[in-house]
Design a protein around this ligand. Structure first.
Ligand SMILES: [Zn+2]
Length: 286
């Protein structure tokens, strides 16, 4: 429930959901001050806390499009499975940890916001046939966070604008028009990430890297490493002819499937207790 509560706050507070800019003011202002005390550097890497705040604003934007699922038991279960794979991922400890939330829609989709907030739709959970398949989807999304694919979708020109604005002394006087301008600059970055994770999708290379990481993570966590092959096969069949949603952002092409299959076969898991996990999954998901 603790995990759910912050998302509920995010969802029910209209000033947060209605305007990411409003939510972004306080942390961004703090970041702006920090940035302004440093030498001007238009190309420094983003810090983990900045990534988190941008990711939170992206998550708020996702929640303007989708509602949170109201079943706390399902959310808790998804968090347990998600945490299990996240702990075995290449990035087990982002700034504020991982948070998994279920979106109340039959649409088949999942979104990894920068910094560790991961959304999965009820439709995608129901597409999975076992806990191992759910773990496979979550491990893939965790890999996008670990690889910083969301943050990397922000254009270089956008970063240069942001860091340059932060380097200006006037930015420290926030609350006025300069701060508003700064938030506007970050709005652009948030737009870039939102468009990538919800509308356009990552590059094929980023998808394949996330798949490979997911197979490794499943293995380490004791899940069946072929579970990603199984869930992608279902998605490929369901997605025939579909041009939107996850079928566009995460196309399960024959080529992608063949690569995941080869990887999973290279590293077979001696997964034990799958029957018990599947029973638990069915009880929870129905
Ligand atoms: Zn992906």
């Amino acid at each position: 429930m603790r995990r759910l509560s912050w998302l509920v706050i995010l969802a029910v507070a209209p000033f947060l959901v209605g305007g990411c800019a409003a939510m972004a003011v306080a942390p961004m202002a703090a970041i702006a001050y920090k940035g302004a005390t440093k030498a001007q550097d238009a190309s420094r890497p983003i810090t983990d806390s900045e990534e988190y705040y941008i990711g939170r604003a992206v998550a708020a934007r996702v929640l303007t499009k989708y509602k949170l699922d109201s079943n706390p038991k399902l959310t808790e279960y998804v968090n347990e499975v998600g945490d299990t794979v996240a702990r075995k991922s290449a990035r087990p400890n982002p700034f504020r940890g991982y948070h998994f939330a279920v979106l109340d829609t039959g649409e088949i989709n999942a979104f990894a916001c920068p910094g560790g907030i991961i959304f999965i739709t009820r439709g995608l959970i129901q597409t999975c046939k076992s806990e191992d398949q759910l773990a496979a989807v979550l491990a893939h999304e965790v890999a996008h966070v670990a690889n910083k694919d969301g943050i990397n979708s922000i254009s270089k020109a956008r970063w240069t604008e942001v860091w340059t604005a932060m380097g200006k002394e006037a930015v420290t006087v926030y609350g006025g028009s300069v701060a508003a301008g700064l938030v506007t600059l970050f709005e652009g970055s948030i737009d870039d990430v939102f468009k990538t994770i919800v509308v356009n999708g990552y590059s094929r290379q980023a998808e394949e890297t996330a798949d490979a990481a997911a197979v490794t993570t499943l293995n380490r966590a004791g899940y069946d490493s072929t579970a990603l092959v199984a869930v992608l096969t279902t998605m490929e069949a369901k997605g025939k002819g579909a041009t939107s949603g996850i079928f566009k952002t995460h196309p399960a092409t024959a080529d992608r499937l063949a690569k995941v299959k080869a990887l999973a076969c290279e590293t077979p898991t001696a997964a034990k207790g799958e029957a018990i996990r599947t029973e638990r999954f069915k009880k929870m998901v129905g």
